[in-house]
Design a protein around this ligand. Structure first.
Ligand SMILES: [Fe+2]
Length: 338
């Protein structure tokens, strides 16, 4: 009997919470992928909660949140890098939230221990290489890219890019700033050209024979293979994929993640949104549409991700990427990596 009453009460509470959920949430997003539109529409269809998306660079969104303070319309901040979320947390812009579902579904390394942000999809920063010019066994690790055997053979984008800054932060976490600087100087010397362009441009440069190895995020290879441009499809299909550091700490990974803002007046609906992003349905779409890895263990991969194979990931807590970001920028500058 007691059980029955508890059930009734919790059912009533559930209805009440559903009724009191906001019918609109505002998301500040730095994500730039087509999949998000599909995803947000699905969420709205299922919950009746409309998602207003404000898109800008992560730094710009963080500055905006600071300026708006408690008056901000934003309920959620979404970025393509855990380092930026950690920075937003440090600036007091995110609120800790508790969700049993989120803690259960997202591995601890990929979310903030206090619930200020949660990774929802994962990407690895890998080596894309020319299959006809790089020999089997030649590729090993990020560290090995400093070897003179790579002179004139590497392409990578500018150090102002957050993906490179987070990779550098992971190298500093492993080796310290002094060794990281020596590494960056040597890699800079081995570059086929000064850093320029996007990750996709680096893969295109390898395909064009300008260089043999590019440091890029996994999903860009998937985007090229599935491009509407036949030329890019050829580039993507011809590219070799190598996961570095498999014999030691594992490949550097990062997440797209999201946190509830301190200013949010609709935190229940905002949490519901994050929970939707890690639902089976949403997770299954990340590999298929944006070629990212799902964050939830056991969620299905795509045929393409399966073809690249399982790999060991660097187990560094992603919050460290934000804490070491300033050091990473300094090391790049000192090393002359533009
Ligand atoms: Fe990206």
């Amino acid at each position: 009997m007691k059980k029955k009453i508890t059930l009734l009460v919790s059912a009533a509470l559930f209805c009440l919470s559903t009724f009191t959920l906001a019918d609109e949430i505002t998301l500040y997003s730095h994500r730039h992928y087509e999949y998000d539109k599909v995803l947000f529409k699905k969420f709205s269809d299922e919950t009746g909660i409309k998602v207003n998306v404000v898109k800008a660079g992560a730094d710009e969104l963080i500055e905006r949140l600071k300026a708006e303070g408690d008056n901000s319309e934003a309920d959620l901040l979404m970025t393509v890098d855990a380092g930026r979320l950690q920075r937003a947390k440090a600036a007091g812009l995110l609120q800790p939230v508790e969700s049993k579902l989120l803690s259960e579904r997202i591995p601890a390394a990929y979310r903030d221990s206090e619930g200020s942000w949660f990774g929802v999809s994962m990407r690895a920063r890998i080596l894309a290489y020319a299959k006809d010019r790089v020999e089997l066994g030649e590729l090993k690790s990020y560290e090995d890219l400093a070897d003179p055997k790579w002179r004139g053979r590497i392409v990578v984008r500018s150090s102002s890019n957050i993906y490179n800054q987070s990779l550098m932060a992971s190298i500093i976490a492993e080796h310290g700033v002094d060794d990281a600087r020596v590494w960056a100087q040597a890699v800079r010397k081995n570059m086929a050209r000064p850093p320029q362009g996007s990750d996709r441009d680096q893969i295109r440069a390898v395909a064009a024979g300008l260089a043999d190895v590019a440091i890029v995020n996994t999903y860009y290879v998937g985007l090229l293979i599935n491009s509407s441009e036949p030329k890019d499809q050829t580039v993507g299909k011809g590219t070799g994929i190598f996961f570095p550091n498999q014999s030691d700490r594992g490949t550097h990974v990062n997440v797209s993640g999201v946190g509830v803002t301190k200013a949010s007046k609709n935190s229940e609906a905002a949490i519901r949104f994050i929970e939707f992003l890690v639902s089976d349905e949403a997770q299954a779409g990340f590999p298929q549409v944006s070629h990212e890895y799902p964050i939830v263990e056991g969620a299905p991969w795509s045929g393409l991700l399966d073809s690249w194979g399982e790999f060991k990931t660097d187990s560094l807590e992603l919050g460290r990427l934000g804490e070491l970001n300033a050091a990473a920028v300094t090391v790049f500058n000192e090393a002359g990596w533009e």
